[in-house]
Design a protein around this ligand. Structure first.
Ligand code: GLP
Length: 244
């Protein structure tokens, strides 16, 4: 779906999320969202906050699992994805504190594997992810599943690509301060979601979006795996559609 700008696109994505939440509320059921960080989803979160404040949309039946977190990373650091999610969404809506999950960047290395297993188990115990929001990295990563990530991967500790660390350098005042690793949900967690919405804005993402949508399915462009997912939409703005 190509929108003339990212604001219109974001409002449409937020509406789909809100409709899903409301439908489940009417049925007396919970909903499980997979959430993303980065600059791309910020306008969606803003619109969800507006719907909460102005139209009474409640998040009381929402569970959410974030895709990733840097490692090592303290939750209270301003660069953490915990901080990002609170600032951009959670602190402004009525989602219960115990309902949202974000990979823990402060674990001891030896505890990470067990944590990741539990993260996947928690998703499964709630019935899987109903709707997964995604951005896309300039190298085609989804979450922090960097090129080379296989389709059967689950939540795990990964090593970040140099290009990913370079893009994050601005947030950390220099590439040398960007963590070298991250904990990310795997490709299989994303592929198991019932619905996937990948968003991308601007000309800078047009080449990688073309590769993901029209190129071969390859571990070198992890977003290309989504060609095999039966309920995925790429929501992009006009500049991002330049190369399609
Ligand atoms: C980070 C996140 C990804 C996100 C990507 C793109 O790497 N872990 O989930 O999709 O950045 O970031 P942006 O949305 O700022 O372009």
């Amino acid at each position: 779906q190509i929108y003339s700008n990212s604001q219109l696109a974001s409002v449409a994505v937020a509406k789909e999320i809100a409709d899903l939440i409301k439908t489940r509320q009417q049925e007396g059921r919970h909903v499980v969202l997979g959430l993303a960080t980065g600059s791309t989803p910020i306008k969606v979160y803003k619109e969800l906050i507006r719907l909460h404040k102005e139209e009474g949309l409640s998040f009381s039946n929402v569970y959410s699992f974030n895709l990733d977190e840097y490692y090592p990373m303290k939750a209270n650091s301003t660069q953490s994805y915990v901080h990002f999610m609170k600032e951009q969404l959670f602190d402004h809506v009525d989602i219960p504190k115990e309902n949202y999950f974000i990979p823990d960047g402060s674990l001891k290395q030896e505890d990470i594997a067990e944590f990741c297993k539990e993260y996947d188990n928690n998703i499964a115990a709630l019935g899987g992810i109903d709707l997964q929001l995604l951005g896309i990295g300039g190298n085609g990563h989804i979450g922090f599943n960097e090129p080379g990530s296989l389709q059967n991967t689950k939540t795990r500790l990964i090593t970040l690509d140099h290009s990913t660390r370079a893009s994050a350098a601005g947030d950390f005042s220099g590439i040398s301060r960007v963590p070298k690793k991250a904990i990310t949900m795997g490709v299989s967690n994303i592929m198991n979601a019932h619905r996937v919405i990948l968003m991308a804005w601007g000309e800078g993402k047009s080449r990688i979006v073309r590769e993901a949508v029209e190129g071969p399915i390859s571990d070198q462009v992890p977003a290309s795996y989504l060609q095999q997912h039966s309920n995925t939409t790429f929501v992009i703005d006009e500049p991002c559609a330049n190369e399609l």
